[in-house]
Design a protein around this ligand. Structure first.
Ligand SMILES: [Zn+2]
Length: 219
């Protein structure tokens, strides 16, 4: 995710901060405005595929539907129009804006499963923003949400034995969550260096890795 200063929830299409962020996150200049015909066609194909997968995931993905339900119950509903398919630079697959919107980087997904993981990841950030008083410029806050988003989304193959009241995390899973959380915190404009990112992740690891809300509430 790309943390930005928070602001009261508004319709993101009317939020100038969100539009600015969208332009910064993506090379969004209007599809095809600067690209040649071939790029234009490719972007259209990617955009249509992203929208199709998005609609399917919002309706049928167990993890996405589950997170949407809990966001709704928490007073922070996410309508489909707040999930935006857009072209981005190569380094990212998605992002979240505190105004209540998610960007899906339409050229980034080789398959629907990857998009499902990314969408669930961003919805965990949104849930944290809704439920807890998150200051995204505070590295420990950011680290905590990254640990949860990476652990719970499927980014690191969240192993859940549904219905048995048993949650198992492998060592590889933990290492993956840690590595990805450090990378994201490193990208926070308030983060001075790699060591600061590692420190923030280590400091909150125990409590945040073990906090699986809202996933633990169903058992
Ligand atoms: Zn993230």
């Amino acid at each position: 995710m790309d943390p930005v200063s928070s602001e009261p929830p508004v319709d993101p299409s009317e939020s100038r901060a969100f539009q600015r962020w969208l332009r910064k996150a993506g090379k969004v200049t209007g599809i095809g405005l600067t690209a040649d015909e071939k790029d234009h066609d490719r972007e259209e194909v990617q955009h249509r595929r992203c929208e199709k997968w998005k609609t399917e995931l919002l309706n049928y993905s167990p993890s996405v539907v589950f997170m949407l339900k809990h966001l709704n119950l928490s007073g922070c509903p996410v309508p489909p129009s707040n999930v935006v398919c857009a072209p981005c630079d190569r380094t990212r697959s998605g992002g979240f804006h505190p105004a209540g919107a998610i960007i899906l980087c339409q050229g980034h997904f080789g398959d629907k499963k990857h998009m499902e993981d990314t969408l669930t990841h961003e919805l965990v950030h949104m849930y944290d923003h809704c439920k807890f008083n998150v200051d995204w410029r505070n590295l420990r806050h950011h680290a905590c949400s990254e640990i949860r988003a990476n652990s719970l989304s499927g980014d690191c193959r969240f192993m859940r034995e549904v219905g048995r009241g048993f949650v198992s995390f492998s060592k590889q899973h933990q290492a993956c969550v840690r590595r990805r959380a450090i990378l994201s915190v490193r990208a926070n404009p308030m983060c001075s260096d790699e060591a600061a990112a590692e420190r923030a992740v280590n400091e909150v690891w125990e409590s945040c890795f073990n906090d699986t809300r809202p996933f633990d509430e169903i058992y």
